[in-house]
Ligand binder design. Structure first.
Ligand SMILES: *Cc1c(COP(=O)(O)O)cnc(C)c1O
Length: 396
């Protein structure tokens, strides 16, 4: 009743750009969420791979409360300590040298593209450079990020989009190589495609792209917004491939619930691209966001979360393989660590709705892939509980 009224209110005042699940969430506890009617849900969506620490982590919450009382915003005209520490930790974790904080993933991608274009402009003195992106990629909804998003349904109504972008097939090195020319300034891809249906890059593909970039002074931009921050068992997914990007984007779990993103560059690219006046943000990297990022890195390190993900991720993978072998409606399992997908012979949205009725939050990735991106702090028992609920939803 209460929920119905709220949903009606929402649908009369909030722009209808989402077909939402019909629940009003109220609070969270560990890896569970509760709606305003008191129903409990096991959360394998994590607010789309954001809530890596789950809900109600006292250490994280206390750090943010303390920062609210101290200082939330300064603008980037001044320095602030939490964000300096956050940048230091982000650079240490990635082995990259310079970070720029944004408020979202799409802004991180915008910044990465601008850095690549500026690098090429400073080198060549012209602006007609091209970017290679991937089919079925997702990089965000703002115009620059949309321009490199390989989903024509998202792009078409908003064309012409900025820049000259050519689309290659993911995991097909020849298709990338065939698009390279003297105007190519950057290749952008997700290390593991998320929205496109959970497709990990093959090692040969990623290494091949790195080689193409090295040979042609092309910048490799890896979008780690979804697959980064420990989700695949290494802090960043590319660290599991022995390939290093020139620019990396991150967001989602970077703040574990606080809106923050970043693009991070090697010193080489940083020192020959964006200069004072070339880029900026009012909110980005404010002390509140900085305190969140800084605390997130502390917690990840002290609790050895990447090791935990390797362990519980293997278990999740095993259990999903089991389900797959038992049910003909599941065609494939893909993914790494705690970023997994099941390709179904039916609508993933429909299965997600059935799962919701069983008290399980899972989300689609594309039309027929069911995506599992739980908080990184889940335990085996939560995987078992999820599998039980998933089985009931699938058989329903
Ligand atoms: C979510 C996502 C984005 C966009 O992030 P927003 O914070 O929604 O702007 C970009 N790239 C990838 C890979 C994503 O998963």
């Amino acid at each position: 009743m209460v929920a119905d009224n709220l949903i009606q209110q929402a649908e009369s005042h909030i722009l209808h750009t989402y077909n939402r699940f019909p629940v009003v969430l109220d609070h969270g506890e560990g890896v569970y969420l509760f709606d305003i009617e008191g129903n409990k849900y096991l959360d394998f969506a994590a607010g789309i791979a954001v809530q890596a620490l789950g809900y109600g982590d006292q250490e994280y919450n206390q750090a943010l409360k303390a920062q609210i009382d101290k200082l939330m915003h300064t603008s980037n005209l001044y320095y602030n300590q939490p964000t300096i520490e956050a940048a230091e930790k982000l650079c240490a974790a990635s082995g990259l040298e310079r970070a720029f904080f944004t408020n979202s993933g799409t802004e991180a991608v915008e910044g990465a593209i601008k850095a690549a274009k500026k690098y090429a402009y400073d080198r060549d003195g012209c602006t007609d450079h091209e970017i290679i992106a991937m089919n079925h990629s997702f990089h965000g909804r703002s115009l620059g990020a949309l321009a490199v998003t390989g989903n024509s349904h998202y792009r078409e109504p908003f064309e012409p989009l900025p820049g000259i972008v050519r689309f290659a097939d993911y995991n097909d090195l020849d298709s990338v190589a065939s698009l390279v020319n003297e105007k190519t300034c950057a290749i952008i891809l997700e290390t593991i495609q998320g929205e496109g249906g959970v497709f990990p890059a093959e090692e040969g593909f990623l290494k091949g792209i790195r080689k193409i970039c090295d040979e042609n002074d092309i910048l490799l931009i890896l979008d780690e917004i979804q697959c980064g921050m420990g989700r695949t068992g290494t802090m960043f997914a590319w660290q599991g491939y022995d390939v290093k990007p020139d620019i990396m984007t991150c967001a989602k779990a970077l703040g574990c619930g606080v809106a923050v993103g970043a693009f991070v560059l090697t010193e080489r690219v940083a020192s020959s691209s964006l200069k004072p006046g070339d880029h900026g943000t009012t909110y980005g990297g404010n002390p509140f966001a900085g305190a969140a990022v800084s605390k997130v890195f502390d917690i990840f390190q002290r609790r050895k979360l990447t090791e935990h993900v390797q362990e519980v991720g293997n278990y999740l993978q095993e259990r999903l393989e089991q389900v797959k072998s038992q049910l003909a409606c599941i065609h494939a399992r893909r993914g790494r660590g705690l970023m997994q997908g099941l390709e179904l012979s039916m609508s993933a949205a429909e299965v997600s709705s059935k799962a919701l009725a069983q008290g399980l939050l899972v989300i689609p990735a594309g039309s027929n892939v069911l995506r599992f991106v739980p908080p990184l702090v889940i335990e085996r028992e939560h995987v078992d509980e999820m599998i039980e609920k998933l089985n009931r939803a699938l058989k329903d």
